[in-house]
Design a protein. Structure first.
Length: 283
């Protein structure tokens, strides 16, 4: 399954393949909760899943969005109706930076048939496709989820691994340039970046229309950062969420693959700060 799907293709899939589960993961740093948007309007049949409480462990030394407990994640996915052999499509408000976290988590959990809605809910609405405020009932019987989480199927970096990769390969920082340079830090206790990391803001994956850039454009962007096939590469951000979109973008670009994905520093900058590691500033 290609990691991106257009609104039109998703609409066709929902008509032809009921086993496709759609997850609404709209979320904003600092709120308000994305569930409020979901309750107003969403893709018909979509199930809301909360990034903070259902797709992450409680914040702490591991960061602001640590990886969830596998049993907890399995329960959440089953509650949404995810079945072995089925497909999952995740969407956020627009650029895919949050939906990519779901894509990455399911791949980490050993579930391969997962994609991000290109352009998110904004693109779905712009395409004139139907929306609803009706919340689907919890799946039961044959519709109930039976997915089995097999955690550990995607490469994960800790702080030591991230530090080493920044020196021996390429470590990409998905945050906005001012945060990378240390000019501002609105969330975490320290400003700056992992020494040796390169800035690749997640906003650069999409065009002015909110859709993802094509494979050639993404490959050219990463090539400008020294990333090409055969180079060890990983990504981080503030808490490991938007960095997932860098992992996704590298795969769309053809630089990595499902068999050889980029690594994710799951704790990211929030974990780096909690450990009081060395900080670099400037560009």
């Amino acid at each position: 399954m290609h990691p991106l799907i257009t609104p039109e293709a998703l609409a066709d899939a929902l008509s032809a393949r009921p086993a496709t589960v759609v997850l609404d993961v709209r979320w904003r740093l600092g709120g308000p909760p994305g569930r409020q948007d979901y309750e107003v309007s969403h893709v018909p049949g979509a199930v809301y899943v909360d990034l903070d409480t259902e797709l992450s462990a409680p914040p702490g030394a591991g960061g602001r969005h640590p990886l969830p407990d596998p049993e907890r994640l399995q329960a959440v996915l089953r509650g949404a109706g995810v079945r072995e052999g089925g497909r999952v499509v995740a969407y956020d408000a627009g650029d895919g930076s949050v939906a990519a976290r779901v894509w990455w988590l399911l791949r980490w959990a050993g579930f391969g048939e997962v994609a991000v809605l290109d352009g998110g809910f904004a693109a779905w609405e712009a395409a004139g496709l139907p929306v609803t405020a009706d919340v689907p009932p919890a799946p039961v019987g044959d519709a109930a989820g039976d997915v089995v989480v097999r955690a550990g199927q995607m490469p994960v970096l800790d702080a030591d691994g991230a530090a080493a990769l920044a020196q021996e390969g390429v470590l990409l920082d998905a945050r906005a340039a001012p945060r990378y340079r240390g000019e501002t830090e609105p969330v975490d206790p320290k400003a700056g970046h992992v020494p040796g990391a390169l800035n690749a803001p997640s906003t650069g994956h999409v065009g002015a229309d909110g859709r993802w850039l094509g494979a050639e454009e993404l490959a050219a962007r990463f090539a400008g950062l020294g990333v090409s096939g055969g180079v060890a590469v990983g990504a981080y951000c503030g808490s490991g969420v938007t960095a997932s979109s860098v992992v996704l973008a590298l795969e769309v670009a053809g630089i990595t693959s499902a068999e050889r994905p980029a690594a994710l520093y799951a704790g990211s900058w929030s974990n780096w700060c909690a450990l009081d590691r060395e900080v670099a500033t400037g560009g």
